[in-house]
Design a protein around this ligand. Sequence first.
Ligand SMILES: Nc1ncnc2c1ncn2[C@@H]1O[C@H](COP(=O)(O)OP(=O)(O)OP(=O)(O)O)[C@@H](O)[C@H]1O
Length: 251
Amino acid sequence: MTGPLLDIRNLRKAFGALHVTDDVSFQVMPGELHAIIGPNGAGKTTLIHQLSGSLASDGGSVHFAGEDITRVDMAGRVHRGLARSFQITSILDGFTVLENAAMAVQARSGSSFRFFASAARETALNDAAMAALARVRLDDRAERRAGSLSHGEKRQLEIAIALATGARLLLLDEPLAGTGHEESAVLVALMAELKTTHTIVLIEHDMDAVFALADRVSVLVYGRLIATGTAEEVRVHPEVRTAYLGEEEAA
Ligand SMILES: Nc1ncnc2c1ncn2[C@@H]1O[C@H](COP(=O)(O)OP(=O)(O)OP(=O)(O)O)[C@@H](O)[C@H]1O
């Protein structure tokens, strides 16, 4: 595939008079890690909701792998290979780490395991779930209750759940939020490794992580994309420096 994997054109969303997504257009190429940064309230989370399909847009279009998915719901987008890392709140604490991942595999496969006898079905589900856990280095925690994981491990499990849905493109919404220094180093290394096989849209406040990981960065301010470019291009962009990084840094 030579075109963009994700093609966002003139996307809009308003809450009353507030234009939270204001004519946003950008493309994510296959294999790219595209970060979206912006100050608090810039509209990053709203944009991720629009991309994942959990929030309908007022206008514009979203194409995935060449297909117009603007009106496809969240389940349909997951089925096509576009998944948001599920929030910690959606992790089922009372179930094991493996069971949490296996449920995501089952959601992806729908009825495709129905021809297996139940024991074989369980093995197939668990093998796929274990592969996702190994990618995020949680395979040694598989039998632990999800509720007993540390905060950083729960963020790893969120990513495993998105992987277990069979996603080609991962939407990661602030994976480093609330993590300590060591946890965040583990997650950054994990994302660097995931980049080799997956296209990623990353929303993140940690600029060191963004500049280390991103192939390109888009900067959102008051719902408008004011710049898209490499980390270096964005870092020296005059409008970005004043609007986002702060006057003192621009001086
Ligand atoms: N459902 C809603 N109804 C009304 N206003 C909303 C709604 N959701 C978000 N907003 C407003 O839209 C703006 C953008 O919010 P959003 O959460 O998308 O920003 P953000 O860039 O993700 O912020 P942060 O970095 O703080 O998470 C904010 O002013 C917010 O108050």
